[in-house]
Design a protein around this ligand. Structure first.
Ligand code: PLP
Length: 367
């Protein structure tokens, strides 16, 4: 069975050279005589693996020395709690709610303090990035936003302008899709399984001064979730996801070897713009995100007929296309075009869409 064109939202397509390399090293990693899976996280070999992963990530993003890099577990979801627990020093934060992921983060933060919704696009079913209405209070502990809303296919290109308040960004689904201006963020974090590697690793990039003396809500913060401790222990307070970190390191290397984040961004926009352009001209399919808020990674689209959507999804496999079904909150289709999704996959999808549209020309309703 050949490998399919995988448009999964996460866990998602991984670069084939990375999988092959891992396959070659599966039984014996270098001259250790064992698999990375069998190796102590306290061994010099694993220390080299995690150090290399961090160093490569630092080069890719140009992460300044006053930022720590952590490789944690618990997914992006555990950070929904870790962020307020560590950063809510006065128990007052501001959240930009642009989709289900930032909504979940907001709901979690409310368990720990007062949370202002600074902007929301809920009224239009999160089809766009909501804009801030002026400068938020400078007394907030932090302002939180989700840069790319994976389910709704929207992305905010710029970091919100909030003066001196630290900005926390969930970049899970645009992690490594494009360069980020790291100094504009206080905390950047991402679950790896969208674009950075396998599920089970969460990368947290955090500015020194925000690590401070320990978690702001120290009395109730689980010890694992304290950023201060994790920074002191270099992500190895307990056993980390060793194999996941090894694979992330390989993905980071692959990005570096294929031109780095600027080259990645160009290739990614080229891929999704082909789809957006088709959607803008199609009489059958249309994109669900507002054009100015379109994602670099997740292209959401549909016909106006849920039955046709079903038929399109069901027929995809015959074209070697997998995981094209949209999230249940939005319906329709979603093509996640992460770094490891090749041009050929997008071309195959476009060709299927075009054939499908021709075959259903009689069923097109005017919109
Ligand atoms: C997938 C995703 C999450 C949740 O990630 P988990 O690792 O499953 O906890 C959070 N935020 C965004 C933007 C995501 O895409």
């Amino acid at each position: 069975m050949a490998r399919v064109f995988n448009f999964a939202a996460g866990p998602a397509a991984m670069p084939e050279p990375v999988l092959r390399e891992a396959q070659q090293e599966m039984l014996e990693y270098k001259d250790t005589g064992m698999s990375v899976l069998e190796m102590s996280h306290r061994s010099p070999e694993f220390q080299q693996i995690i150090d290399d992963a961090e160093a490569t990530l630092r080069r890719l993003y140009g992460i300044p020395d006053n930022y720590h890099v952590l490789f944690l577990q618990g997914g992006a979801t555990l950070q929904f709690s870790a962020i307020p627990m560590n950063l809510m020093r006065t128990r007052h934060a501001g959240y930009i709610v642009s989709g289900n992921w930032s909504q979940k983060a907001y709901e979690e933060a409310r368990r720990y303090g007062k949370v202002d919704v600074l902007a929301s696009s809920k009224d239009t079913n999160y089809d766009r990035t909501p804009q801030l209405d002026g400068m938020p209070s400078q007394d907030l502990d932090y302002v939180y936003f989700c840069q790319n809303e994976t389910v709704f296919g929207t992305m905010r290109r710029e970091v919100p302008q909030v003066g001196d308040v630290p900005v926390v960004g969930d970049v899970s689904s645009c992690f490594l899709s494009m360069p980020l201006d790291v100094p504009k963020y206080g905390v950047i974090y991402a679950g790896a399984q969208k674009n950075g590697g396998p599920a089970g690793v969460t990368v947290v990039i955090i500015r020194d001064d925000l690590v401070g003396d320990g978690p702001a809500l120290a009395d109730i913060t689980p010890i694992y979730m304290g950023y201060r401790l994790q920074c002191q222990k270099d992500s190895m307070y307990n056993t980390p996801n060793t194999y996941g970190i090894y694979l992330c390191g390989k993905v980071f290397r692959w990005i570096e070897q294929t031109g780095g984040l600027e080259a990645m961004e160009k290739r990614n926009w080229a891929k999704v713009d082909k789809l957006y352009d088709y959607l803008d001209h199609s009489k059958l399919f249309h994109g669900t995100a507002q054009p100015e808020s379109r994602s670099i990674a997740n292209v959401c689209f549909r016909t106006d007929d849920p039955e046709l959507d079903k038929e399109f999804i069901a027929g995809a496999r015959q074209h070697n296309i997998a995981n094209i079904k949209g999230h249940r909150l939005v319906g329709g289709m979603r093509a996640s075009c992460y770094n490891a999704v090749p041009d050929a996959a997008v071309d195959a999808l476009l060709s299927y869409m075009s054939d499908f549209e021709k075959a259903h020309a009689g069923q097109v309703r005017s919109r």
